[in-house]
Design a binder for this molecule. Structure first.
Ligand code: SAM
Length: 414
């Protein structure tokens, strides 16, 4: 997936400095120089990052197992625990969400005009990486989000929520935007209504690395998820879900998508799954047990994170993830994405890296209205496409097991 250069670069310079100021102001570190202090990292941060990483990657279990530790935010030295997440996991998750926003931007999505105050919400907010990702996305790849409003942060850990609310408010102010957080300390039972009946409706909902912590099946989750959209998402409102790229967790999201599509078809709900697939066809990656689907974005890590990655054996030079964008709308994809051209059935997205078979020919998997295809392409005068790119006006021949593109247009929208 391609994101604007300004978003990529922001994280090395501006962002690191903002985060450092925030940490000092909130007495989480004594001085910004600690972000360059390897001894401090080794003693206070690295052990927590490793523990989080083992937990999130389910080193002790199966990737689809939920995480039933109610409050992993407070283990050991709780202050360092939360600081470690904020330093190591918040920026990548924030960037992933901002990248999905940038994808909406490049496809020509326009946030609907709203009356009254804008209301956003993050489920399982932790330190508000998702909400912060949205406002960062809007800063560098705007789609016309109202410039002020509120973000409800819902989270079961009080200490993470307190830190997240402060971080979100600080970031919004430093971007000179007018958003403010509203904190709701509560645990959501995902097989019961996610919001109280009398809760308001929202224009935007985001979840980042939240659903995979539930042990419930995608079918069970989809029931209340759809009800939440029907009852608490405004007409034309948007929901963004970002989840890990790990095979089993990513397949769980694909199953969730399928289950939602089945339920939407048999209900009167005007709900559409906009991305990453360019239609609501059956998912090609679910046909084979060993297959799955994920995106990947490049970024420039903050300098301290490069060092921390080396010390923790993590490699976040590129950020993989799985995602869904859902909208409550009656409009067609062509109306929603103003940069779409040509016929729906001639539009495909690359869902794998492109392998160069020769200087002229590359091979990749792509998904369109008719499912997934292994495809070869020898563009005469085009750049070779990459994972996440969209090819339009595609004329091809051959079978899904191996097709050849005769002609196509590649629009990067930048
Ligand atoms: C991996 S963290 C992600 C935090 C943040 N959204 C991010 O992307 O960095 C998952 C968060 O969801 C919260 N969470 C998990 N299940 C929850 C539930 N059922 N109700 C409320 N919060 C929950 C956890 O406490 C944790 O803070």
């Amino acid at each position: 997936m391609k994101v604007p250069v300004s978003l990529v670069n922001a994280f090395q310079n501006d962002f690191e400095s903002k985060l450092g100021d925030f940490l000092v102001q909130n007495q989480l570190i004594d001085g910004k120089d600690l972000l360059e202090n390897k001894r401090y990292f080794a003693r206070s941060i690295v052990p927590h990052v490793k523990a989080f990483s083992e937990l999130f990657n389910r080193k002790e279990g199966v990737q689809t197992d939920g995480i039933d530790e109610e409050d992993y935010w407070n283990e050991g030295n709780a202050k360092n625990r939360r600081l470690s997440y904020l330093l190591s996991f918040m920026p990548p998750n924030l960037f992933r969400v901002a990248s999905v926003w940038a994808e909406l931007h490049r496809l020509g999505f326009q946030f609907p005009k709203i009356e009254g105050e804008f209301r956003g919400l993050e489920f399982g907010a932790g330190v508000a990486s998702g909400a912060a990702g949205i406002i960062t996305g809007e800063k560098y790849a705007p789609v016309g989000l109202p410039t002020s409003g509120s973000f409800a942060l819902i989270e079961q850990s009080k200490s993470a929520l307190t830190m997240g609310a402060k971080w979100f408010d600080y970031l919004s102010e430093s971007y000179e935007q007018g958003y403010r957080s509203r904190s709701f300390h509560r645990r959501i039972e995902l097989n019961e209504p996610w919001l109280p009946k009398n809760a308001p409706s929202f224009h935007l909902m985001v979840m980042s690395f939240f659903l995979n912590e539930s042990p419930l099946s995608p079918e069970e989750i989809s029931l209340e998820l759809l009800k939440t959209i029907e009852n608490h998402l405004e007409q034309e409102g948007v929901m963004i879900i970002v989840e890990p790229a790990l095979k089993l967790q990513s397949r769980k999201l694909l199953h969730l998508r399928q289950s939602l599509i089945d339920k939407i078809k048999s209900s009167s709900a005007s709900v559409k799954i906009l991305l990453p697939c360019l239609g609501e066809q059956a998912c090609g990656a679910l046909i084979k047990e060993e297959d799955w689907c994920h995106e990947e974005v490049d970024w420039m890590r903050p300098r301290y994170l490069r060092e921390l990655d080396i010390m923790t054996d993590l490699d976040r030079r590129t950020l993989p993830f799985s995602y869904l964008v859902i909208q409550k709308t009656k409009r067609s994809l062509n109306e929603i994405f103003t940069n779409f051209e040509g016929k729906d059935e001639e539009r495909y997205r690359l869902v794998s890296p492109a392998k160069n078979l020769s200087k002229r020919t590359s091979e990749f998997f792509m998904c369109g209205q008719d499912g997934k295809r292994r495809t070869r392409f020898s563009p005469e005068d085009l750049e070779h496409p990459e994972r996440g790119d969209i090819l339009q006006n595609v004329k091809l021949h051959g079978e899904p097991s191996l097709s050849q593109i005769d002609s196509a247009t590649l629009k990067r929208y930048e």
